[in-house]
Design a protein around this ligand. Structure first.
Ligand code: PBG
Length: 344
């Protein structure tokens, strides 16, 4: 203060500038920082996405996702048990379906005993206390990697919707607690709701991948489920343009009207503005999917020693809470849960 005046006589003191309001007062000690902390990440916020493969007693590494593996059902059951013990409330399952079973229409999704449904049954039987979210989209089942039925170069909407609604019923019958349609077809939420209700699954919830953006952040996931080499063209004719937020709100509103119980924004970190808008404008339970590319970027930079991976992981997850999320789908879930439990 004296220095300031000395440097420039007549200059206002900092107290005059701030009106004596000192923001740093509450930042000076760990106890006071904890006391005024507005948002917190808890184990209850975590949903763990896992990849399933056929076979037994195997974990296949995924090159682009260090630390993430494709798991055979028996191993997945063990890992999910561990996650449940850590307090993780729910998982989301993604199958890497044998390529011989993939076709133009993704017909394997209608097999009640497909890999995804077998995994749900096994996990439900062994770990009934964890919530199971299944992704109702055709991409793991189609020979072209698109989320819908491909005809003459177009993803046909209505036929895809009918198939997804049928598949949702099979997924519910296999033990899924939440159906998460991730295909971005028009009318899918209402169709899935109707089909579930008619089949007696009125208590199965729907988490809509409401605002799923056409994004380059899904790259590593496509390696994980084996669609990377298959996909021709892009998904821009059905996913949202990442330049748009008004459209994202309208898309989410539509899903709420059709019966969505929960909304998801995907990818996560580049779309915090969308999370905040949906939470404020629609007020539904809102989730972010911290997608594969977000995970891989953190892992890669950390492996180079360029960032502190653990700190960046925690900072990104807390950002989702600050933006208004009720929970986050993240490949970090078991690691974060262990860390949060340790910190107590
Ligand atoms: C598609 C689907 C995608 C992801 C999950 N389900 C995107 C896609 O392949 O287009 C991405 C998840 C991730 O990147 O972690 N049904």
């Amino acid at each position: 203060d004296r220095m300031l005046r000395a440097a420039r006589p007549g200059a206002r003191s900092v107290d005059e500038i701030t009106g004596s309001r000192r923001m740093r007062r509450m930042r000076k000690a760990d106890w006071s920082r904890r006391l005024v902390q507005e948002n917190r990440l808890s184990v209850d916020d975590l949903i763990w996405p896992i990849f399933i493969i056929d076979g037994e007693n195997r974990r296949e590494p995924i090159d682009a996702m260090p630390g993430v593996f494709r798991l055979t059902i028996d191993i997945a059951v063990e890992e999910v048990e561990k996650a449940a013990r850590l307090g993780v409330p729910a998982i989301a399952t993604f199958p890497n379906v044998d390529h011989s079973l993939r076709d133009q229409t993704g017909s394997e999704i209608l097999n009640p005993d497909n890999l995804l449904n077998r995994a749900s049954r096994a996990i439900k039987a062994a770990v009934p206390q964890i919530g199971i979210i299944t992704d109702a989209a055709l991409d793991p089942f189609t020979s072209h990697g698109h989320d819908g039925i491909l005809r003459d170069g177009t993803i046909v909407n209505d036929e895809t919707v009918r198939q997804i609604a049928e598949a949702a019923v099979l997924q519910a019958a296999a033990g899924a607690d939440i159906i998460a349609p991730s295909d971005m077809m028009d009318g899918r939420i209402g169709a899935v709701r109707d089909a579930l209700n008619e089949a007696g699954f009125g208590d199965v919830a729907i988490m809509s991948y409401a605002t799923k953006f056409a994004s380059a952040f899904y790259g590593p996931y496509r390696e994980a489920i084996g669609t990377a080499g298959l996909l021709k063209g892009d998904k821009k004719t059905y996913y949202l343009d990442h330049a748009n937020s008004e459209e994202a709100v309208r898309e989410a509103e539509q899903d709420v009207d059709e019966g969505a119980d929960m909304l998801m924004v995907k990818p996560g970190l580049p779309y915090l503005d969308i999370i905040r808008r949906l939470k404020d404008e629609l007020g539904l339970p809102t989730f972010a999917y911290q997608v594969s590319g977000e995970y891989s970027m953190i892992k890669a930079a950390a492996a180079h020693g360029w960032i502190d991976g653990e700190k960046v992981m925690m900072e990104t997850l807390l950002s989702f809470k600050r933006a208004g999320c009720d929970g986050i789908l993240t490949y970090f879930a078991p690691e974060v849960a262990a860390l949060l439990n340790k910190r107590g």
